[in-house]
Write a protein that binds this ligand. Structure first.
Ligand SMILES: *Cc1c(COP(=O)(O)O)cnc(C)c1O
Length: 394
């Protein structure tokens, strides 16, 4: 990066992290090598001993992976980023790196399904207990913190109802009670929301979603300070091995270059789609942060640049009507994935939230008539026309 005035977000997204080799390549190279060679035995010893920085083995570091880490760290405003094989590996490495037996974790209830399983089934087995609270209820967060609480964990906006947490208020709460705040920033990405600048200690990503943006690769990342991320979380990755592959890192590097453009386009289409859905007689409710009717709408603009790319809505007639609408689409992809140029449609109650009991689903606000759309980059008119196929006669 040239020195001088601080570059803007798009410049950082395009330029950070590429240390051009002697070949003079313009695009970032992919270093497909598992290990690295040393000039002599003394250099090998110095690298292994940690006295000299440099590559040893791609489970530890790889130049393409490092380029991705430097770029994402710059975009999130963090000191260090550690890339991982998947989003779940990023969450696991954060927990393994920062928690120990006897610690307590407070998490928002509406989090990614596998994250709940990781906390309840696996962390619990190693003596880390998790309590769940409503994302937007600050008093509930405060009441759930115990003397042994070490970490607060959340996703904002939530999936699929797009509820939002006040990150700054939760960071203040966490720090006042001796805890860390980790934010899974998968839905917004740093193009729309930068939790570290609001006081969060750690940002977690599933790069599989918007950072890739075209549904090609699995990956994840943790961003934060040099000690916790650069030492503790990195130590888990280099030892336990869920490292990112150089090829995937290269795909994500290319994804980051267009991240801001894509996120603003996803959000623009989602806003228009949400406003259109409100007008449909068959639709009883629309959940989207960019609508004035959203309970935390005031956070849009302040904390989160736009409403984001995910819209959820409820149709009259419960599961039968929701499934009829989903099955009537011709263009949209019926899949639970998100963050793709292709628009996806899903019925949370029978897929992502299907393992919950009916009571748990009702408590979480996941009704039988609820549909989630992750708005892609096709022409908005075509997305609307596809949804209208199943909305007619509602
Ligand atoms: C997909 C997702 C994850 C898990 O990421 P993988 O890359 O699938 O392991 C974590 N959090 C959120 C919010 C997600 O959407």
């Amino acid at each position: 990066m040239p020195t001088g005035a601080t570059p803007g977000f798009a410049t950082l997204a395009i330029r950070t992290g590429h240390h051009r080799t002697a070949e003079g390549e313009h695009s970032e190279p992919i270093f497909t090598t598992s290990s690295f060679v040393f000039a002599n035995a003394a250099e090998a010893a110095a690298r292994f001993g940690g006295e000299e920085a440099g590559n040893i083995y791609s489970r530890f570091t790889n130049p393409t992976v490092r380029a991705f880490e430097e770029r994402l760290a710059a975009l999130e405003g963090g000191e260090r980023c550690v890339a991982t094989a998947s989003g779940m590996a990023a969450i696991l490495a954060t927990c393994l790196g920062l928690l120990r037996a006897g610690d307590h974790l407070v998490s928002s209830r509406a989090i990614f399904g596998s994250t709940t399983v990781l906390f309840n089934k696996y962390l619990a087995r190693f003596g880390v207990e998790t309590s769940y609270v409503d994302l937007a209820d600050l008093d509930a967060w405060a009441a759930a913190i115990r003397p042994n609480t070490r970490l607060l964990f959340l996703e904002t906006p939530s999936n699929p109802l797009t509820e939002m947490a006040d990150i700054r208020a939760l960071a203040d709460l966490a720090h006042g009670r001796g805890c860390l705040l980790a934010v899974d920033n998968c839905f917004c990405t740093p193009a729309l929301q930068r939790p570290l600048t609001l006081g969060a200690d750690l940002v977690i990503h599933s790069a599989t979603k918007y950072l890739d943006g075209q549904g090609r690769c699995l990956g994840g990342a943790v961003v934060g300070d040099a000690q916790r991320v650069g030492e503790e979380v990195f130590g888990v990755i280099r030892t336990a091995g869920p490292s990112m592959s150089p090829f995937n890192a290269w795909v994500f590097l290319k994804g980051l270059e267009t991240l801001e453009l894509r996120m603003l386009a996803h959000a623009r289409a989602a806003q228009a789609l949400a406003e259109w859905l409100v007008e449909q007689p068959a639709v009883t409710r629309v959940h989207y942060p960019g609508l004035a009717s959203h309970p935390q709408h005031a956070l849009v603009g302040a904390q989160q640049r736009t409403g984001g790319g995910i819209v959820a809505f409820e149709v009259r007639g419960g599961r039968a009507a929701a499934w009829r609408l989903i099955d009537a689409t011709r263009l949209l992809s019926i899949t639970a994935n998100l963050g793709d140029t292709k628009t996806t449609i899903t019925h949370p109650a029978s897929t992502t939230h299907g393992r919950l009991s009916p009571q748990e689903r009702a408590d979480a606000g996941i009704g039988e008539g609820l549909i989630r759309v992750a708005v892609g980059l096709e022409d908005l008119g075509d997305i609307q026309a596809d949804l209208a196929l199943g909305l007619e006669g509602g």
